[in-house]
Design a protein around this ligand. Structure first.
Ligand code: G6Q
Length: 569
């Protein structure tokens, strides 16, 4: 029999096989038949469960409690056996060492090199890439320091007070999330940072309304420098600036973050004002690269480096910790357990921190764009479920919104709760109240409320027998809803870096378990092509065949669209 787990090497196609027929999968399938009948209430009769199923890393200050999952030690053994057989560790070494594991784009995946804080070289095509990475970091350091200290001035000699990042997808979500998460670390040198991503003119219009061209700097962030949304927004910003300050002002008010020097120069940005990154950095993994420049401008380069250090810490943990103590690997196999055996349809990420209010949106891209795939390592269509549908909002807001469905709905939705022992802010007793909820919700989700408990409670409250009968079924909580609790000592650039890297490696691990390429994104490319076909039709410059629905919708748009309106910008 072929070894179905054999590591694929570049250009090599292996014999057909079915992952679900492997002995490791079948062990899990059999084991699931037992575990699906088990309740967390019974599992917690073991008083040592927390010790057995949690990882406490006091060096970085992260406790990962996964005891409230529907697993026992046998489940964990089967899951980790599966991960070992899938060669997660060997694949991660390939990633870190620059092999072209993104085989459909023939690219290496080296975002980890961007945060390599050791003096060890990282080879790419036989050449050490660390000197180039460090040179760009130096350039970012100088630029962000000059900007914050008022040495980089606008064309009329004014200090830059507003930075506008124009980018979308991977060139927006990461830096935007981090700037929000670390807002508390802004100081008196910090410029306001605005993010414009949507091609909807409303996005840039509302930012331009708030800023003064003399004090504003535009960062055009685009790996390819061809993305319709970003180039359209950048051209609008350029037009606005030139109308107010003249063509020459572009040099002081525009910088670019890109891999495409040619296009940057064509746009009119001097190559000296371009911060380079490379093809081996995927868009959704790029916040560690030059794409992090708005972060460095916002919180200062030293803090940006702390963010890199945190990610580097997690990289080492991921590479070195045995699977039994490896947070990203355990998080990944648990997600896999629920996705493929419990058939969970979605997964929630619930940060109990307002500062992390963009964290789930950021992770949605990172996870869903990475593992929303159905073709395996052998270029065949897979026959099992891949990718998680992620969603969520910060606590406690979500509790007053969708938690009802998680507690009592018919869907099975595992959750990650993320909380901090010491938040950066100190406001009365808000944090204790927030965290009381952080501890209460996973407990309620796990243990629920039985019919007898509800009955007793209602009886004590003095309700009539008829009302007790009526209310009891509605007040029962079945419980047995699995959660992970990630409790972090402090919200700092370093712990945030580690948290992001934790999820990046979880996603990577799941990609290996599902045998999909986590690093391409052909679905995104499709969107980039389709709209370009219709665009000329909207100004009657072209006509293309469409289905009757699309044809009529376009016709209504053209007929009703008002023309000759005055522009807002
Ligand atoms: C990320 C995706 C995608 C990309 C955007 C922006 O992994 O590839 O979200 O980041 O489409 O692309 P550019 O940076 O090239 O403008």
């Amino acid at each position: 029999m072929n070894n179905v787990w054999q590591i694929k090497t570049k250009g090599e196609f292996m014999a057909k096989f079915n992952l679900t027929k492997t002995s490791q999968w079948q062990n899990l399938e059999k084991h699931f038949e037992v575990m699906k009948e088990v309740h967390l209430r019974d599992l917690f009769k073991n008083e040592n469960r927390f010790d057995e199923f949690s990882i406490c890393d006091n060096n970085i200050g992260i406790t990962f409690d996964y005891s409230k999952n529907i697993i026992n030690s046998e489940t964990l053994r089967f899951l980790l056996d599966f991960a070992k057989e899938a060669k997660v560790h060997q694949y991660s070494e390939k990633m870190f060492s620059g092999e072209k594991i993104n085989w459909t784009e023939k690219r290496a995946v080296l975002h980890t090199a961007l945060r390599n804080r050791s003096s060890k070289p990282v080879l790419f095509d036989g050449k050490d890439i660390m000197p180039s990475i460090n040179a760009v970091l130096e350039k970012m350091k100088k630029f962000s320091r000059d900007l914050r200290e008022g040495k980089w001035l606008g064309a009329t000699g004014k200090k830059i007070t507003d930075v506008v990042n124009i980018g979308i997808g991977g060139s927006d979500l990461g830096p935007r999330m981090v700037c929000e998460a670390l807002k508390f670390y802004a100081d008196s040198s910090t410029p306001a940072v605005h993010f414009v991503s949507n091609i909807d003119g409303a996005d840039i219009l509302e930012v331009l309304k708030k800023i003064n061209p003399e004090n504003s700097l535009f960062i055009v962030a685009s790996k390819t420098f061809t993305t319709l949304e970003t180039i359209t927004n950048a051209l609008t910003a350029r037009k606005w600036l030139v109308a107010k300050l003249g063509e020459k002002a572009v040099a002081n008010h525009f910088v670019a973050l890109s891999t495409n020097a040619k296009k940057v120069v064509e746009f009119g940005i001097d190559e000296n004002n371009m911060f380079e990154f490379w093809d081996f950095v995927g868009g959704r993994y790029s916040l560690w690269s030059a794409i992090g420049l708005p972060i460095a401008c916002f919180i200062g380069f030293d803090k940006f480096e702390e963010l890199l250090e945190g990610a580097y810490y997690m990289d080492k943990h991921f590479l070195e910790a045995p699977f039994e103590k490896n947070i990203p690997v355990i998080a990944a196999v648990l997600g896999f357990w629920y996705n493929n055996f419990f058939k969970a349809e979605s997964y929630t990420i619930l940060p109990y921190s307002q500062y992390l209010h963009r964290f789930t949106a950021y992770l949605q891209q990172c996870d869903m764009e990475s593992n929303g795939k159905t073709i395996n390592f052998e270029n065949e269509k897979i026959n099992y479920s891949t990718g998680s549908i992620l969603w969520g909002e910060p606590g406690t807001n979500g509790q007053h919104s969708f938690y009802q469905l998680i507690h009592q709905g018919s869907k099975f939705i595992p959750c990650d709760f993320i909380g901090f022992v010491n938040p950066p802010e100190n406001v009365g007793d808000h944090h204790e109240k927030l965290m009381a909820n952080f501890f209460a919700q996973p407990e309620a989700l796990a243990f629920g409320l039985t019919k007898d408990e509800v009955y007793d409670e209602l009886t004590k409250s003095g309700l009539s027998f008829a009302d007790i009968e009526l209310l009891t079924p509605h007040k029962v909580f079945e419980g047995n809803k699995p959660t992970n609790s990630i409790l972090i000592d402090n919200l700092t650039p370093k712990t945030l870096g580690a948290l992001i890297a934790l999820y990046e490696h979880k996603i990577f691990t799941q990609g290996i378990l599902w045998r999909v390429n986590s690093f391409d994104q052909w679905g995104v490319q499709l969107g980039k092509v389709l709209a370009n076909v219709i665009l000329p039709e909207l100004s009657k410059k072209a006509q293309n065949p469409h289905d009757c629905s699309t044809k009529n919708l376009i016709k209504i748009f053209i007929d009703k669209k008002k023309t000759n309106l005055q522009e807002n910008i």
